[in-house]
Write a protein that binds this ligand. Structure first.
Ligand code: FMN
Length: 328
């Protein structure tokens, strides 16, 4: 494992999870500013990438400031996975991550994502080939098993994946059949980390800074990954970082801070995607930003009806002005 890769996952970093339609360049930038130690792109379909699909090409384009970021790919065919990994590597990401955890029928039903968990030997063979096809480190993100195995395959898989040269493993501590329901069982990440030397990243149900500390302490994993918790509360990264660095717990963001970040997210999304799409894409983040703002639910409903940037910014500015000094 290169020293550069080792450095990425040292110091118990808090990682932004790959999330389709969420962890785009703008959200990665905001989360990184708030303390995310490493980010992942949304997953990229290998066939679409190889066919030059515009959206897929955009996903693998990384600006120089967008670092460290890993590119995640998914597919069912080892040949195209290898080829797409080579294309993705040209963007010089921190590493290439292979998605072996997506349960969604249109993906797992076609042999990609979590479907690899149904054939662990094939998953290992495929990972071995991807490792050999690029000079960058290759990692795997998967779940504890397909479900409902009595003994989850993840521990044995971790050993075998390490043997074929993957550099790290992220364990979303649910089975594929659990989708996003039920409680993530971090004990499987602990068992996987105990079985291998490479870093294991624990993922699932980390919603607060305290959860991040607990997940790392309970599992002994090298790093912790946050998905939905970052959408609900992107400040989780700095809050977790403070606790992990032995500092006092940070106060929650003020309503002013929440409104300012919402406005910035809107402006950046519009700059990156154009007005209509940029405003629309920001909507999925309003609930998180406005959770601690007095009158946030009404404000969210209003913003959701506004298609243009300037009216949204004006409305956010007026909400900011109307905060009483105490609420601000
Ligand atoms: C909207 C959404 C999109 C997701 N997209 C991806 C993806 O592209 N690649 C991936 O590996 N996992 C994806 N996931 C799963 C997350 O990366 C993560 O493993 C899962 O949400 C569990 O972590 P959490 O409890 O912190 O959210 C997605 C999850 C959500 C909610």
């Amino acid at each position: 494992m290169s020293a550069e890769f080792q450095a990425l996952l040292s110091g118990r970093p808090v990682l932004l999870a790959p999330m389709e339609d969420v962890s785009d360049e703008v959200f990665r930038r905001l989360c990184r500013e708030l303390g995310a130690g490493l980010c992942y792109t949304e997953f990229v379909n290998v066939e679409s990438l190889l066919h030059g699909d515009r959206k897929s090409l955009r996903k693998v384009r990384l600006s120089p400031e967008d670092t460290p970021t890993a590119i995640q790919v998914y597919g069912a065919n080892p040949d195209t996975l290898c080829e797409a990994a080579r294309v993705a590597a040209e963007a010089r990401p921190a590493f290439i991550d292979i998605n072996c955890g997506c349960w969604v029928p249109k993906i797992a039903g076609r042999g990609a994502g979590a479907a690899w968990l149904r054939e662990p030997a094939k998953m290992v063979e495929m990972a071995a080939r991807v490792v050999k096809s690029v000079s960058l480190p290759v990692t795997v993100k998967t779940r504890i098993g397909w479900g409902p195995e009595s003994e989850m395959p993840i521990v044995d898989l971790a050993r075998r994946l390490e043997d074929v040269g993957i550099s790290a493993l992220t364990v979303h501590c649910r089975t594929a059949q659990m989708r996003h329901d039920g409680t993530a069982d971090w004990r499987w990440a602990a068992r996987a980390q105990a079985a291998v030397k490479m870093p294991v990243v624990v993922n699932g149900d980390v919603r607060t800074g305290e959860d991040a500390v607990r997940a790392l302490a309970e599992t002994g994993c090298a790093a912790v990954m946050v998905g939905r918790g970052a959408v609900a509360h992107p400040w989780i990264f700095r809050e977790a970082r403070a606790l992990l660095d032995g500092k006092p717990a940070l106060p929650p963001p003020t309503p002013h801070e929440r409104l300012d970040l919402l406005a910035r997210h809107l402006q950046l999304n519009v700059a990156f995607r154009g007005e209509g799409n940029g405003v629309q894409c920001t909507r999925r983040h309003y609930a998180g930003y406005l959770a601690g703002v007095p009158g946030g639910a009404e404000l969210r409903a209003e913003l959701n009806r506004m298609p243009g940037l300037q009216p949204c910014l004006d409305r956010v500015a007026s909400a900011r002005e109307s905060l009483t000094p105490r609420a601000a």
